[in-house]
Design a protein around this ligand. Structure first.
Ligand code: GLV
Ligand code: MN
Ligand code: MN
Length: 399
């Protein structure tokens, strides 16, 4: 093992037990809950150890500064700590741990930035607690209204403002204006790098994607006494909609997933009064995505007519097609001699890309699996990621 891989492992092991579910082996690191608060304290400690003052943006995201926070032209790197339910270890934290280690690499090489280098930890990237992904970057950039964000509630009814302990501050153009570029390092969420036999890639684009809530309303009634012909069962409309989403996505080479469902009253012997399903839909082109969601909506509505149920559809979040800054991506590809990959996954980098030159680095994932405990990366590849990130920071902040 190289010295850098060993240092990666040492730092990584500090986080390994935090929020880990013994049974699944996955992580429950929801934004602003105990494990994530522990990780945020760890972030402050790491920054402190490196003499990097930490500032919050008033929305729950943290920024550790190497250099004068008021100097401007800063290069931001980092990612997020929060996970999906029973998620993998690498999605998010890898970008933060790698950022601190890249700072160490630059310092060990005696490199001094001429522009500040900033390590960031964005809050609620997955949207697993409050429903809207990339909430921290959307707030910072003003892409979500403060009132809406403040009022988002988790499953227990706690609002984002309550969890944060204050009303989120919202857009901060002054802070945003001090960043000249953002580079997010992330574990790859597919097997392209395995096939290319390369440890690190540069991102080209993020598919447009979003989340739509389908509320199917019917009539709650007794499972034993209600004749089949008399039922208004929203579970049927829901089930049909899930199959329709799958079919419509396949027809378009797009992605549609219904992986979260809530049933009321959720009893074995009661016809449900209401079923809610969340559709996650993604496609390479905005028109394809729009056509997909519209087709699913039309099929669900038609089925609801037949079932005697009612459908209400709510768009909970939408992220447009992101084409990362071509000039920056080209510069990094040449610098690192790395392949270029698009992705269907969402990232804070996708939100920030509309506001400042942004790039992403992907680190090889041998299983190709993500949002699952099976997500993985070798220490050697993580070290290669740190080396790549250090070179990028040197290129962007030290010349
Ligand atoms: C975040 O990882 C997403 O793509 O939903
Ligand atoms: Mn994720
Ligand atoms: Mn992520």
């Amino acid at each position: 093992m190289t010295d850098l891989a060993a240092r990666f492992r040492q730092l990584w092991d500090e986080l390994a037990p935090v929020g880990r579910d013994e049974r699944s082996g996955g992580y429950l690191r929801y934004a602003l809950t105990e494990p994530e608060l522990w990780l945020r304290a760890w972030f402050r400690e790491q920054a402190d150890r490196r003499g990097m003052p930490v500032h919050s943006d008033g929305n729950g995201s943290l920024f550790a500064w190497w250099g004068d926070p008021l100097a401007g032209d800063a290069v931001l790197t980092g990612s997020h700590f929060d996970s999906v339910p029973h998620g993998g270890a690498y999605d998010g934290p890898l970008g933060i741990v790698s950022a601190f280690l890249a700072v160490d690499e630059l310092r060990a090489a005696g490199v001094t930035p001429v522009r500040p280098v900033v390590v960031g930890a964005f809050v609620e990237e997955e949207g697993a607690r409050f429903g809207v992904p990339c909430l921290g970057s959307r707030l910072l950039t003003g892409e979500i209204a403060v009132d809406r964000a403040a009022g988002l509630r988790d499953a227990a009814g706690v609002s984002f403002a309550e969890a944060l302990g204050e009303r989120p501050a919202g857009a901060d153009p002054a802070l945003l204006g001090r960043f000249a570029a953002f580079v997010e390092l992330h574990v790859e969420q597919g097997r392209a790098l395995v096939e290319l036999a390369a440890p690190v890639a540069v991102a080209s684009a993020i598919w447009p994607h979003g989340r739509w809530r389908f509320d199917f309303h019917g009539e709650g009634n007794h499972a034993g006494t209600t004749r089949m012909a008399d039922r208004r069962d929203p579970m049927l409309t829901y089930a049909f909609t899930v199959l329709a989403a799958n079919k419509e996505a396949r027809l378009r080479d797009a992605h549609a997933t219904v992986a979260r469902v809530a049933v009321e009253p959720n009893a074995t012997n009661a016809i449900p009064a209401k079923v809610t399903g969340w559709l996650d839909a993604r496609a390479a082109e905005p028109a394809t995505l729009h056509g997909l969601v519209e087709a699913v909506r039309a099929k669900a509505a038609e089925r609801a007519r037949r079932d005697g149920t009612e459908l209400t559809l709510t768009e909970e979040s939408a992220t447009p097609l992101v084409g990362f800054d071509g000039g920056l991506a080209k510069r990094l590809t040449t610098l690192l001699d790395a392949p270029v990959l698009p992705t269907g996954a969402g990232h804070d980098a996708g939100v920030l890309a509309a506001h400042l030159p942004t790039a992403m680095l992907f680190v090889r994932n041998p299983t190709g699996v993500s949002h699952s405990p099976a997500e993985s990366a070798t220490d050697a590849d993580c070290a290669a990621g740190v080396t790549a990130l250090a070179r990028v920071l040197e290129e962007l902040a030290c010349r």
